[in-house]
Design a binder for this molecule. Structure first.
Ligand code: GAR
Length: 209
């Protein structure tokens, strides 16, 4: 059997998506290993959580630094840890082109809306204010543009008349926690092709099963 694929997780805050991924691995639902967790913020709760779990948790502060220099340091830490896939989990920074080029179609992000609707910050507030009846979450490959790479998976969440951005965020978050591990599993399986903007699932051949 081949060794488990290595994930690098990047986060800036609470880290609930990171925890959901770690839980999926621990329970055997996702065949992978978290090789490194990197935060750009010292006060990220996700960083503490990674330390408590005994993971390789690293702080690489971004405040006041030139993006390219900070990114180069992050890329080097990810490469040293030997990661196969980079997962942005509430990492609130745009990646430089050099970062994206270092991991072609190997960086995933999760966003709390049905992209291309409501990209950027305050996605839930944008959805409520626009008056949409459904929203959800999107896991996508990261390219050089904000929230724009090819879409791997989306989950739909109804927007209720009683919703405010907090209640909507809470229900979308439940789906994010399911969606991210599912998307990582699919990408690690290699059973897909990126055709332009479309991520198309490929059936495994009978011999490979
Ligand atoms: C999540 O809702 C994630 O979708 C969002 O930040 C939150 C992080 O929560 N990401 C973005 O808005 C990226 N554009 P977490 O720290 O508990 O995983």
């Amino acid at each position: 059997m081949s060794p488990p694929k290595k994930l690098g997780i990047l986060l800036s805050g609470r880290g609930s998506n990171f925890e959901a991924i770690a839980d999926s691995i621990q329970s055997g639902r996702l065949a992978a290993e978290i090789a490194i967790v990197i935060s750009n913020r010292a006060d990220a709760a996700g960083l503490d959580s990674a330390r408590r779990r005994g993971l390789n948790a690293v702080l690489i502060p971004s405040k006041g630094r030139v993006r390219e220099e900070h990114d180069a340091e992050v890329v080097s830490a990810l490469q040293q840890a030997g990661v196969d896939l980079v997962c942005l989990a509430g990492y609130m920074r745009l990646l430089s082109p050099a970062f994206v080029r270092a991991f072609p179609h190997r960086i995933l992000n999760i966003h709390p809306s049905l992209l291309p609707a409501f990209a950027g910050v305050d996605a839930h507030k944008q959805a409520i204010e626009y008056g949409v009846k459904v929203s959800g979450c999107t896991v996508h490959f990261v390219d050089e543009h904000l929230d724009q790479g090819p879409i791997i998976l989306q989950k739909i969440v109804p927007v209720l008349e009683s919703d405010d951005d907090h209640s909507l965020a809470a229900r979308i978050l439940e789906q994010e926690h399911i969606a991210y591990s599912e998307a990582i599993g699919m990408v690690l399986s290699g059973e897909y092709e990126v055709q332009g903007r479309r991520v198309v699932r490929r059936q495994r051949s009978v011999e490979a099963r």
